[in-house]
Design a protein around this ligand. Structure first.
Ligand code: MF3
Ligand code: CO
Ligand code: CO
Length: 275
């Protein structure tokens, strides 16, 4: 017996099957992802010493509401905020709170809006005031890692090509790649198959095909790759307390490579860094 509720949500379950989306879906993703990118653009001016991550989170909530979108993280598996804000040695899933940002901090802001059922998932690093040269280098390496992963997206190749491109570059730059979190299929679901590992080799993973949509969101550390999750059940930090950074784009596989849905409309893909 299948209940009405099961029947209604069956097409939206993560069954491990990889969805191939059509051109209408790509159009829906473009809109959702561009809304997320616009919010991340607006946040660039807001990230200053003294701003609290709760203020950032309120902006993300309100901007979504004003544009007919819902933050996907709200009430997701018990998470109660509209964004994740991960500062310094926080790797990911930092929970917005009342503590002001301080000069020299680096903060990742991760936003996912659901617009007309489509999920736009993206994050960027924001320097708070002037930051140290080592921190700036980590942001540059992490952004370049993500872009090299994106450049490895090609139909016929395996998803392992993405991880291989990221790992070989990041480690050559004497940084490490976090293993405990990965990119993911996205679209009508927030987290779907396939997993996108940010390390590994070319011949691993599944074959990429036109119509697949997923995120690439490497977390790169200045120190060792190991993380632990704090007692709040969410906040992941580096075990050695070294600085960690992350950027995230949502991409769709095309016949020749991929389309980056979450590119900044304002040229702010790397806020605070020279373009
Ligand atoms: N946006 C995150 C991602 O990139 C997921 C956050 S889930 C939360 O996949 F519950 F921690 F918000
Ligand atoms: Co994601
Ligand atoms: Co995200």
């Amino acid at each position: 017996m299948v209940t009405y509720q099961e029947a209604a949500t069956a097409p939206l379950k993560n069954t491990g099957q990889i969805r191939l989306y059509d051109e209408d879906a790509f159009a829906g993703m473009r809109k959702a992802c561009q809304l997320t990118a616009r919010a991340l653009d607006e946040l660039a001016a807001m990230v200053q010493p003294g701003t609290t991550t709760e203020e950032i989170d309120r902006f993300v909530f309100q901007f979504g509401m004003d544009h007919g979108a819902i933050p996907a993280t709200l009430n997701y598996r018990g998470y109660t905020k509209s964004s994740c804000t991960s500062i310094n040695h926080v790797v990911c899933h930092g929970i917005p709170d009342a503590k002001p940002l301080r000069e020299g901090d680096i903060v990742n802001i991760d936003v996912t809006y659901i617009l007309d059922g489509w999920h736009g998932d993206s994050s960027r690093m924001y320097p708070v005031g002037r930051i140290k040269r080592a921190a700036e280098r980590l942001l540059e390496v992490t952004h370049e890692s993500m872009m090299r992963g994106i450049a490895a997206v090609e139909p016929g190749e395996r998803t392992g090509a993405i991880g291989a491109a990221i790992q070989s570059y990041a480690e050559a730059e004497r940084c490490s790649v976090v293993r405990d979190f990965c990119g993911h299929g996205v679209g009508l679901l927030f987290h779907d198959a396939p997993n996108i590992l940010h390390y590994g080799s070319r011949n691993e993973g599944v074959e990429m095909r036109p119509g697949m949509i997923f995120t690439i969101e490497p977390m790169i550390n200045l120190g060792r790759p190991h993380v632990k999750v704090l007692s709040d059940g969410w906040t992941a930090v580096t075990r050695d307390r070294s600085l960690s950074a992350q950027y995230e784009h949502t991409v769709g596989v095309t016949d020749t490579g991929c389309e980056i849905f979450t590119l900044s409309p304002g040229g702010l893909d790397r806020p605070g860094l020279p373009n």
